[in-house]
Design a protein around this ligand. Structure first.
Ligand code: SF4
Length: 116
């Protein structure tokens, strides 16, 4: 949880409002054209796909003790990497239930061998 209680409270309140409104914990930090339609999908249910794949919470609810969101698993070019740089995961053995869905980050992709 975020070290600043007001951040945690705001996000939890937003999740609770969506629970009341939609019956589901839809992420409160996005804009949705149609919340009802979005609520039928899995991707932005807390803990959202981005959290389960990359361990990145753009709402800043699930962050390191220093308040920084983990970004080290995000693909190159993701806004989280652009904003925060590379923020390492202090507990790499925990979480990321859907990590098999991760897009490879640029530096992990093997260079192509030159055509012969
Ligand atoms: S885990 Fe995902 S859905 Fe939950 S608060 Fe963070 S960004 Fe929003």
């Amino acid at each position: 949880m975020h070290p600043t209680p007001t951040v945690t409270e705001a996000v939890v309140k937003g999740l609770a409002m969506h629970m009341d409104e939609l019956g589901k914990p839809l992420c409160p930090c996005n804009f949705y054209k149609d919340k009802q339609t979005e609520a039928k999908l899995r991707r932005w249910m807390c803990a959202c796909d981005e959290m389960q794949i990359y361990k990145y919470c753009h709402c800043l609810l699930f962050v390191r003790e220093d308040g920084m969101p983990i970004t080290e698993y995000l693909p190159e070019g993701h806004e989280g990497r652009e904003v925060y740089g590379i923020v390492t995961d202090p507990t790499p053995d925990k979480g990321r239930a859907l990590k098999h869905k991760a897009q490879p980050s640029a530096e992990l992709v093997a260079p192509k061998s030159p055509a012969k």
